[in-house]
Design a protein around this ligand. Structure first.
Ligand SMILES: [Cu+2]
Length: 265
């Protein structure tokens, strides 16, 4: 018994250490949301959890109580009754009211997500099998398979689309997850504080879906200006920006390299 407890404790400690040491894990949105929208998502999460918790606890308590209170010996004749209209109305109406309570703030948040406020920067996000391409129409800059770079505390609107299948742009710390559909443009937005954030494609889009990661660098305004100046300069130095076929080829080669590394240990 002692040994099992020790083993359980050790694995729990190791797991916590793993979480703490991991390079900015994708799951921090719940503890540390990076945008006002993500904070609302977090508040909705806790409100929902709190409101539905009684429905988990109460039946379990009643079940254990009934097992203990109404236990009888073998051969006992069971009671024969069914239906209780009043009780059934009560246990339908109360959960329905709970759902309404949950839905009000949830709809409020979803409306905010759906309607981008006046944006400071618009970025076009284009999904490819299996990487993301970003274009900044205001600066005439575009690139693929590199981190998305945006200024901090500014409203950034993303216009999402895809050239092949359905992808989904998901950055949990920003509280956003938006489908990128071929032939359609969808919108999402965020206003993030400075930092580096991770995300990934959230729509199964093919064999390398799991490698379709997202990195977002949120820089101070000065740093962003510097970055965009550099980007404009290098973009015009090149004869023409890489087209997506080149990037797809590079990505395939890179993935092949990763696979070789793994295979060779
Ligand atoms: Cu994808």
């Amino acid at each position: 018994m002692r040994k099992t407890q020790l083993l359980l404790l050790t694995s729990a400690v190791l797991m916590l250490a793993g979480v703490a040491l991991a390079d900015s894990p994708i799951t921090t949105w719940l503890l540390d949301p990076a945008t006002p929208l993500a904070r609302e998502v977090q508040q909705n999460f806790w409100l929902t959890t709190l409101l539905v918790l009684p429905y988990l606890v109460l039946p379990q308590v009643l079940l254990v109580f009934a097992i203990w209170k109404f236990r009888e010996s073998r051969g006992h004749k069971p009671a024969e009754f069914h239906e209780n209209i009043k009780l059934e109305i009560v246990w339908t109406v109360i959960p329905a009211l709970t759902l309404i309570l949950i839905s009000v703030p949830a709809y409020h948040t979803m409306r905010k997500m759906d309607v981008p406020p006046k944006s400071d920067l618009v970025v076009e996000v284009i999904g490819h099998q299996f990487f993301w391409e970003y274009r900044y129409p205001k600066y005439n800059v575009g690139f693929a398979n590199e981190p998305l770079v945006v200024p901090a505390d500014k409203v950034v609107t993303l216009n999402c689309t895809s050239v092949d299948v359905i992808h989904s742009f998901w950055v949990p710390a920003f509280g956003i997850k938006q489908d990128a559909n071929p032939g359609r443009i969808t919108h999402t937005w965020f206003k993030a504080r400075q930092g580096k954030y991770k995300g990934q494609c959230a729509e199964l889009c093919g064999p390398l879906h799991g490698e379709m990661l997202i990195d977002v660098s949120v820089l101070t305004e000065e740093k962003f200006d510097e970055w965009i100046r550099n980007k404009i300069a290098t973009n015009s130095e090149q004869e023409k920006p890489k087209d997506s076929t080149t990037v797809a080829g590079e990505k395939a080669a890179w993935l092949q390299g990763q696979g070789d590394k793994r295979a060779n240990g």
